[in-house]
Ligand binder design. Structure first.
Ligand SMILES: [Zn+2]
Length: 65
């Protein structure tokens, strides 16, 4: 098993994900564009870069807070 020390830990948006005061950066799984969202009261979001409809649970989060 290879250790990838510098790879950020990938998480997915889940029902416990909160945006917080300054928003949260989420990354599109299709095109890797990163967007800042300020709330998670949606079920899916259209990526403004690749225009794919991405379900909430498929958006990726690479850094916490
Ligand atoms: Zn995209």
């Amino acid at each position: 098993m290879t250790k990838q020390l510098f790879k950020p830990k990938k998480q997915f948006v889940n029902r416990y994900t909160r945006a917080g005061k300054s928003g949260k950066q989420i990354t599109c799984p299709k095109c890797s564009s990163t967007w800042t969202v300020f709330h998670f009261s949606w079920y899916s979001l259209t990526c403004q870069s690749c225009l794919e409809d991405i379900n909430k649970s498929e958006w990726e989060i690479y850094c916490d807070n």
